[in-house]
Write a protein of this length. Sequence first.
Length: 239
Amino acid sequence: MYNPTVARLTYRALLGRRRALILFLLPAMLLVIAAAVRAFNGADDQVAADVLGGFALATMVPLIGVIAGTGAIGPEIDDGSIVYLLSKPVKRSSIIFTKLIVAIAVTMVFSAVPTFVAGYILNGNGQQVAVAYTVAALVASIAYSALFLLLGTVSRHAVVIGLVYALVWETLFGSLIAGARTLSVQQWALALAQKVTGDGLITSDVALPTAVALLAAVTVVATWFAGHKLSRLTLAGEE
């Protein structure tokens, strides 16, 4: 299923100059914030959880997911260059699977790793906060990558839709409406983070079994539908 050639082309597209700048900027901001908070506030478990939850998981991870997920395939569909890839003897399911793996890898590296480092800067992993949010970032990376890869496959406005979901639905509505939090990748990931700390420092509105089931279902369904959509594209780029 995994195609090294497709993976190489996708990595090259995602890590181009413009996207790479954004991918490095967000983690750098997190590390600067973490260092400043530690310098002025000292080591505090609750403050560490607030910073990692408020910026890393709620803002940085979904934004990187949008960049990686939509960028893995959306530009190729928009400019028509996808037809050259589709003309090769490569299964379209393999194309989607490979691009998903690349998107997940990029999202994890640029979100989970800096989250772990920032957690250690903030409180030295006291109460397992750094590990908890790293786990949350890892699982959220998988679901976000699948969702935004699907958006890149079905819409020319994938980035805008992804930003609306990440910043408006999850961040704004999720903070105001209880029902919106239930349909939130962030809350599903927080359920796993809560399990790691286990002391009430991190809370989620979704029970752990439900969160795991929803994360798996969203990832599988989004990946399948993206593959189905790609399979219906003709070499002319039209359905």
